[in-house]
Design a protein around this ligand. Structure first.
Ligand SMILES: Cc1cc2nc3c(=O)[nH]c(=O)nc-3n(C[C@H](O)[C@H](O)[C@H](O)COP(=O)(O)OP(=O)(O)OC[C@H]3O[C@@H](n4cnc5c(N)ncnc54)[C@H](O)[C@@H]3O)c2cc1C
Ligand code: FES
Length: 274
């Protein structure tokens, strides 16, 4: 039987500086690693350790995997020093990912904050590859400042060119600068005057815990039911395969039962937003 902890070696093809503390790593694994959007993988930096990340590329792209990583500590700062042609390890995919079948025929509201755009980019790319399956997509994204916006080219140039009848984009920053002509305000303000059929839609949220908390509360105020709200929970992880218990949230293993949960499943658990 294959050792589930054994990573596949992957070469870094490209390192893209997204923001002052976020980089995207384009990897070429030695063997293909198929995944469903929203599933995560463990990346190993040799000699340093491993940490979980969600691919930010579409599952349709088989030969390469993109990971968008914020510099947060030991493993991520080592990754941020890596250069093209360096090698890392990849094991996975793990978790359940986004239940796309439940979204078909409905409107999809996406709300992202900061590096939470990484899994949402993969998710959004997956939706627009088969856009006819969904009524409409409304994509709200907030960053702290204009320079903290990830995937600037996609978010500010490419995605606004998509068919406006099918895709509505709402972008905001907490604090603008001299160059910024767009909206200023927390990401929750992008939910004001929402033009979404709330009863016929699902809301998919990913970002820092505080952002997910206030976004969820606002969605509930707007009339979303907890079972319509899909949250990506980022708990500390180790094994990634339901063995070590590091990621437990109430009765759930986030690595196995998640990382995506509807709010009704987790809302009464202690420390959901920690
Ligand atoms: C399912 C899942 C998917 C994820 N996907 C992504 C993704 O796509 N992109 C992404 O960027 N992240 C993602 N994360 C988060 C990512 O896994 C963590 O940022 C990563 O594990 C941090 O590892 P590290 O070794 O760099 O940090 P660690 O060294 O383990 O540090 C972790 C925390 O401790 C704090 N810390 C570290 N050093 C210090 C210090 N000296 N003083 C005070 N505080 C300190 C850091 O602020 C950080 O919050 C995901 C997490 C999960 C569970
Ligand atoms: S990370 Fe080990 S059980 Fe989830």
């Amino acid at each position: 039987m294959k050792n589930p902890y054994l990573p596949v070696s992957a070469e870094i093809l490209e390192v893209i500086e997204e923001t002052p503390n976020i980089k995207t790593f384009v990897l070429k694994p030695k063997e293909e690693i198929p995944f469903r959007t929203g599933q995560f993988m463990e990346l190993t930096v040799p000699g340093i350790g491993e940490a979980p990340f969600t691919p930010s590329s579409s599952p349709q792209v088989k030969e390469k995997l993109d990971f968008t990583v914020m510099n947060a500590g030991k493993v991520t700062s080592a990754l941020h020093k890596a250069k093209p042609s360096d090698k890392v390890g990849v094991r996975g995919p793990y978790g359940a990912g986004y239940p796309l079948d439940e979204f078909k025929g409905r409107e999809v509201l996406i709300v992202g904050g900061g590096v939470g755009l990484a899994p949402l980019r993969s998710f959004f790319l997956t939706l627009i590859e088969d856009i006819k399956l969904y009524q409409k997509i409304t994509f709200c994204y907030g960053a702290r400042t204009p320079s903290d916006i990830v995937y600037k080219n996609l978010v500010m140039k490419e995605w606004p060119k998509l068919d406006k009848k099918k895709v509505a984009l709402r972008l905001t920053v907490d604090a603008g600068d001299k160059t910024w002509k767009g909206k200023v305000g927390l990401v929750t303000t992008t939910l004001d005057n929402l033009k979404v059929d709330i009863g016929g839609s699902v809301a998919v949220v990913c970002g820092p815990p505080i952002m997910m908390k206030f976004t969820t509360f606002k969605l509930i105020d707007l009339g979303y039911k907890p079972e319509q709200i899909y949250l990506s929970m980022e708990k500390n992880m180790s094994c990634g395969i339901g063995k070590c218990g590091h990621c437990m949230m109430g009765k759930y293993y986030v690595c196995k039962d998640g990382p995506v949960f509807t709010y009704d499943k987790i809302k009464d658990l202690p420390a959901v937003w920690d």
